[in-house]
Design a protein around this ligand. Sequence first.
Ligand code: GMT
Length: 384
Amino acid sequence: MNIGIVCYPTYGGSGVVATELGKALAQNGHKIHFITYNRPIRLDLFSENIFYHEVRTKDYPLFDFIPYESALASTMVDVARFHNLDLFHVHYAIPHASVAYLARQILKDYDLHVPVVTTLHGTDITLVGKNPAYEPVVSFSIDHSDGVTAVSEFLREATLANFAVRKDIRVIPNFVDLERFYRHKKAHFRQMITREGEKVLIHTSNFRKVKRVDDVMRIFAKVRAEISCKLLMVGDGPERRNAEDMCRELGYCSDVFFLGSQDAVEEIYSIGDVFLLPSETESFGLSALEAMACGVPVISSNAGGLPEVVIDGYNGFMSPVRDVDKMAADAIRLIKDPEQWQTFSENAVKHAHTFSIANIRPLYETFYDEVINASQAALSPAVH
Ligand code: GMT
């Protein structure tokens, strides 16, 4: 198949999923055309099946607001026409699903029908999408996609509850590349940042409010009061400054490393003892899955789709959102019990394997086939 993938190229989970899926599909023989305004950060390999088409957004000096949507629609039309696309797969509803609708309409003028699959990732539904400024467009473009997927059962239900949509939504969960995400031998890295016997807690996110980065700092303060440990903060975003202020106020900055956005997160997870994800809401929690694949048990909130990833008392512990006392107590208990930690670590790896890309990629391929067949059938004149 020739597939056009549209996504945000930044460090967010939706861009990571889109890029990793594209890479896996390319490995399986499909021709993948990434259509984005920058090279996606996980697009780090050369393949004869992968193409990158930049959406040019920087050369419109007349406008106060860059018309990203128009530039994207035009690029999608161009790529579909000249690379014979069979399908668009767009990630994150806003604005990609509505732009795909526009591109599909324009292509009809060229006698081309390119069906659109939209994948909902989370904040496009749970936060931004519900905003009245976007809601009618989000509902419309979900209903007018040829196929829609959501990354968790929670997100599917949240979409049906919050939007008056009639579309069937297929749940296809996030996945992990197990050739990359496993526990690497990184003893030297651990020695560099810890003293003998010290433990390592890790949080990775885009440091947005929804991630409750302040709770990460509070949990760490409580764990550190009982156990000698370090905190690795991976990623960047609006709440980083606040987190830095908090560790200064609480007086433990020398034990916290703000690492910024990192490419080789699997190397960081490989020295982790506990992964912290106390999010307000989380449609899936890809970072938790990647940490689990590296043998790191998860201490998280039980928000959104996290219970579909973390199994409480098996590969981690979950608590109600904001319950930092319980999250800290669970982390301390787990860290202090090496036997239980080992079991949880092994369980984390085992459970992560059920989300291997080898298991999940075929679910997308089957869905693409169904969508293409259904839209071809809808185009053909009825046979009586
Ligand atoms: O977590 C973020 O804020 C980034 C966001 C995105 O779309 O880039 O992530 C969402 O999509 C990920 C991939 O499907 C999910 O694993 C995350 O749980 C989801 N984030 C939220 O729902 C907050």
